[in-house]
Design a protein around this ligand. Structure first.
Ligand SMILES: *Cc1c(COP(=O)(O)O)cnc(C)c1O
Length: 472
């Protein structure tokens, strides 16, 4: 299939108000492909035997699911090997290190039973740091001494909420840092069934200004279910210190019909309008990893429709070697986003979990890519911050490579910190050309980073996490 993507035609048909009729006349039915029904993929014949094998082997360890919108409209089937959307959604051989790949390949070939394959899979999974940044054990708040599972409160102003009904995605990203929850990992589905405790918690914490719905992808919930989680916001008086409701989602890239032609698309648009007319700022935290995801008619209409509700759309993605590791890609993506009315927000680095070895670029490369992209965009695109590592102490931005007192260093700073006082203080790490993550770095001066003094145990424990009991 031929796709043209870098050209951005004019004519984003703007839908000013949801009072207008739904702009699409026909309905698209959601269809997903997984290992179980891969052969029914219409483009199955385009896959080489090697690609099919790699999908089978890797998908027995890491999750795989892709929506028909991605396979029909985003993947360029003529250039599969270096196609960014194929690499983003279909498992690749390089995602497992050779010994692990061979072990699973062997288990499958030798006709091991379900249990045997599971055992091999779990052995590999446990080596892939399934709980980066202490997601499970840190940051779970309590109310009246009771832990609020399904809530994380790490940064003072923002509380994360994992609605139990929203722990799925339209397609799985191959680099997903929350991959364990899609392969049935025990305790990994942080999720909350109802929201009463959440709002009690928010009310008792006046420092919270932002509530972020995350997942999975909360936009996989149907609107009636989503509305239940928001009802306490919409019916009662305004929660005075709560300013912004955020929804973290990849649905604009993986299933924009959520906002256009799905049965409850119009309900979602009305729900968004209710949130904004109530006086809350609604921010869709949209995940876009490549400009092609912004190129279809459907995504452009969905963006316009969301914006017509008064919601804003902020955009973020990690930097990923097989997908977007070129400055031109980022510059084009940010420009397109701004031209569509979106606000570039974060460029992340591939996290220390799953197939990080396959997706990460070195810190040095990330700075080169960042700098070249950032130099080529106007100030309206420069709302973006990065490259940023989400690690246990906080979100750490690499400001660049420099020289201090004759020593080559990385200059870094916190964009978010477990301790708010850490934010915006430049600090230095010894330059290391091979480093891909904070754990590869050493302080340039002294023997500790300034933030390690405070809580060393917290900082070090999950670098070497090993929890063999963590899978069902
Ligand atoms: C990134 C993140 C947030 C949101 O941070 P912002 O900088 O406000 O976007 C909140 N909580 C956690 C745990 C995060 O990783």
């Amino acid at each position: 299939m031929a796709i043209s993507w870098p050209g951005f035609g004019p004519g984003i048909e703007s839908v000013r108000s949801s009072q207008h009729l739904n702009p699409h006349s026909h309905t698209m039915k959601y269809q997903a492909y997984t290992l179980g029904n891969l052969q029914s993929l219409p483009q199955y014949e385009r896959l080489s035997p090697e690609q099919i094998r790699a999908i089978e082997v890797v998908a027995n360890v890491l999750p795989f699911r892709v929506s028909s919108y991605v396979t029909d409209e985003l993947i360029d089937w003529d250039h599969l090997d270096d196609d960014p959307m194929f690499n983003l959604t279909f498992p690749q051989r390089g995602m497992l290190l050779d010994p692990d790949y061979l072990a699973m390949d062997h288990a499958l070939q030798s006709g091991a039973d379900r249990k045997g394959i599971q055992a091999v899979a779990n052995g590999i999974r446990n080596k892939l740091n399934p709980h980066p940044a202490g997601q499970l054990e840190h940051n779970v708040p309590t109310i009246d001494g009771e832990p609020l599972h399904g809530v994380q409160h790490k940064y003072r102003e923002t509380v994360l909420f994992f609605p139990s009904a929203g722990q799925n995605c339209h397609s799985y990203c191959t680099f997903c840092f929350r991959w364990p929850q899609f392969v049935g990992m025990k305790g990994m589905r942080f999720a909350m069934r109802e929201s009463e405790l959440l709002y009690r918690y928010i009310d008792s914490h006046p420092e919270i200004t932002d509530l972020l719905f995350t997942g999975g992808d909360p936009m996989t919930m149907n609107c009636a279910v989503f509305r239940k989680y928001l009802e306490p916001l919409l019916s009662g008086p305004m929660h005075p210190h709560l300013q912004t409701i955020r929804i973290g989602t990849k649905s604009l890239a993986f299933w924009p019909h959520t906002f256009l032609t799905d049965d409850d698309a119009d309900d979602f648009i009305r729900l968004f309008e209710e949130i904004t007319s109530k006086g809350y700022n609604l921010s869709i935290m949209a995940h876009f990893s490549h400009p092609r995801e912004l190129s279809t008619d459907a995504v452009r209409k969905a963006i316009a429709r969301i914006r017509s509700t008064g919601a804003q759309i902020r955009t973020q993605s990690p930097l990923l070697r097989p997908i977007n590791a070129k400055p031109e890609i980022w510059a084009e993506m940010w420009r397109t986003q701004v031209s569509l009315g979106c606000i570039p927000y974060y460029m992340f680095l591939a996290r220390d979990t799953g197939a990080q070895h396959h997706f990460a670029v070195t810190l040095h490369e990330s700075w080169e890519i960042w700098r070249k992209a950032y130099q080529g965009i106007s100030g309206t695109c420069r709302t973006v911050r990065g490259p940023s590592m989400s690690c246990t102490p906080g979100k750490i931005q690499l400001l660049g490579v420099s020289e201090v007192a004759g020593q080559k260093v990385f200059v870094m700073r916190f964009l978010q910190g477990r301790n708010p006082d850490w934010v915006a203080r430049p600090f230095f790490a010894k330059y290391n050309p091979d480093a891909i993550w904070i754990s590869d770095l050493e302080p340039a001066f002294g023997d500790r980073f300034f933030f390690e003094e405070e809580d060393q145990s917290m900082f070090h424990e999950d670098y070497h996490q090993d929890d063999p009991e963590s899978f069902e």
